[in-house]
Design a protein around this ligand. Structure first.
Ligand code: URA
Ligand code: SF4
Length: 220
């Protein structure tokens, strides 16, 4: 007998998302069991969003990193620390934000077991597969504003033609998962950490803070 493999397009979290999910804890429990795409196979755990359902702003990153994968919480590693600092400087309280990622499992390469795990970019198919979780989070939190952190989150929400350099620091209005949303895109905090030297890093950080100030202003 020939076993047919599901086409890769069939990757989707949809069957794992409870239909009547009215609360974040229900969603989080269900997401822990998600096998909607192959990324669950090698990661430690699902890293679901964190924060209050009444949050006015939702921050959306790419995918959990090494630390997030171990701890099960988004933005708790180096990029997260930098983000918290930038948010505060821009006048946004990190504790008032709901923080999540476009993709909820850590994707990585590893040369050998016990070697460092290196972040690998999720494909459009994986982002699309994971989209139902983000849609469910948006439906519950109903943020007044979404902050898009970097190109991957932008593509996941607004399509593959998204270019962060063209729209960063501006307030966009778009239909996302059937809801009219206001969004402010900015760079990913990891890109600040990757800057070549101190001068570039400072400039990149200032750029991030100034985009977040646009978000703070849009909320006031
Ligand atoms: N980078 C992300 O995009 N998300 C995290 O949660 C951590 C690092
Ligand atoms: Fe499910 Fe998203 Fe994890 Fe894929 S990345 S298994 S769709 S939670």
């Amino acid at each position: 007998m020939v076993t047919t493999r599901a086409p890769e397009d069939a990757y989707t979290a949809e069957p794992f998302v409870p239909e009547e999910a009215h609360s974040l804890p229900t969603l989080r429990r269900a997401a822990a069991q998600c096998k909607g795409c192959p990324l669950h196979q090698n990661a430690t755990q699902t890293v679901f969003g964190a924060g209050n359902k009444d949050a006015r702003v939702m921050l959306i990153g790419e995918q959990p990193g090494d630390q997030e994968d171990r701890q099960g919480k988004p933005f708790v590693g180096p990029a997260g620390h930098l983000l918290d600092r930038a948010l505060e400087e821009a006048g946004l309280n990190p504790a008032d934000a709901y923080v999540t990622n476009a993709v909820k499992h850590f994707k990585f390469t590893q040369a050998e077991p016990r070697k460092r795990r290196i972040h690998k970019q999720p494909t459009l198919r994986e982002m699309t597969a994971c989209g139902p979780w983000l849609a469910a989070e948006l439906a519950i939190v109903e943020p007044e504003l979404i902050v898009i952190l970097g190109a991957t989150a932008g593509k996941a929400l607004l399509g593959s033609s998204f270019r962060v350099t063209q729209v960063r620091g501006t307030v966009l209005e778009e239909e996302i998962h059937g809801r009219r949303e206001r969004l402010v895109p900015t760079v990913h905090p990891s890109s600040v950490l990757r800057a070549q030297d101190d001068k570039d890093r400072k400039a990149a950080y200032r750029g991030l803070v100034s985009d977040l100030e646009v978000a703070a202003h849009a909320l006031s």
